[in-house]
Design a protein around this ligand. Structure first.
Ligand code: NAI
Length: 255
């Protein structure tokens, strides 16, 4: 038997991955394709998406889309479902970070982070869930963060947005479960991506602190998250909903 046909595979599924051109989104797309799924990537930068799709091959396509344009999200979902078929899996991966002391965070800063990391995530989840609920089948994934698990300084807006996602999965799991639609989160530890390198590049002390409480004593690879995403979206996780899975080399339990 081909592994794509095992309960851990995603044969025949269509997955929408936001922010799929780089980092965790791109690695997840790669893992989804290996598991037998078709993927549609969204993001703001066409050349980045073009390159990702060229690398992923014929199971992948892209649509240029800024998730913060919330009014356009119903049309995005409609376009995908009309041209590619029903969306079986949504991975709400697109996110932005901002590192600033809380007293320097303006209302505009705070709104900008929440707009991408929370408001757009809710709107797109709602629009994808409509079809999933009607079809009585679907799996939705949020990408949370250690910033929702414990107090990391200088990321007040980011941490608030990710903490809100942790609450949202519980509420939506209770509403969507009767319709066989599951919703979970992955809380990545410290994963080597463009976002991570930007946040840590000028801050060796922060990196040292992160590593000092990571028992596995290495940074995560984007693929570590992608493989866990495949599992949570597969039939192997059919009875798992409303949970946040740390994929963090032990960072969340490290001393
Ligand atoms: P990344 O910066 O490589 O990826 C984020 C992607 O989202 C980029 O492709 C970016 O263009 C896209 N994006 C941002 N705003 C968008 C918008 N308005 N519309 C469409 N796409 C947009 O960073 P990374 O690390 O791969 O982040 C992916 C997710 O993982 C984010 O939600 C992040 O908060 C989360 N995360 C990352 C961690 C890490 O250590 N790298 C740790 C915990 C969570």
């Amino acid at each position: 038997m081909n592994t794509a046909e095992l309960p851990f595979g995603l044969n025949g599924k269509l997955a929408l991955i936001t922010g799929g051109g780089s980092g965790i989104g791109l690695a997840s797309a790669r893992c989804f394709v290996e598991a037998g799924a078709r993927v549609v990537l969204t993001g703001r930068r066409e050349e980045v998406l073009q390159q990702a799709v060229a690398e992923l091959g014929p199971m992948a396509s892209y649509i240029v889309n800024d998730v913060t344009n919330r009014a356009g999200l119903p049309a995005l979902v409609q376009e995908i479902e009309q041209t590619l078929g029903a969306i079986d899996i949504l991975v709400n991966n697109a996110g932005i970070n901002m590192k600033k002391p809380a007293l320097d965070v303006t209302d505009e800063d705070f709104d900008r982070i929440l707009s991408t990391n929370l408001h757009a995530v809710f709107s797109l989840t709602r629009e994808c869930a409509r079809g999933m609920i009607a079809r009585k089948s679907g799996s939705i994934l949020m990408i949370s963060s250690m910033a929702a698990y414990y107090g990391i300084d200088r990321v007040v807006a980011y941490g608030a947005s990710k903490t809100a996602l942790e609450g949202m999965i519980k509420i939506l799991a209770s509403e969507f479960s009767p319709h066989n639609v599951r919703i979970n989160a992955i809380a990545p530890g410290f994963i080597e991506t463009p976002m991570f390198l930007k946040a840590m590049g000028d801050d060796p002390d922060r990196l040292r602190r992160a590593m000092s409480r990571t028992p596995m004593a290495r940074l995560g690879a984007p693929r570590d998250i992608g493989l866990a995403a495949v599992f949570l979206c597969s039939e192997a996780a059919a009875y798992i909903t409303g949970v946040s899975l740390p994929v963090d080399g032990g960072n969340s339990i490290g001393f």
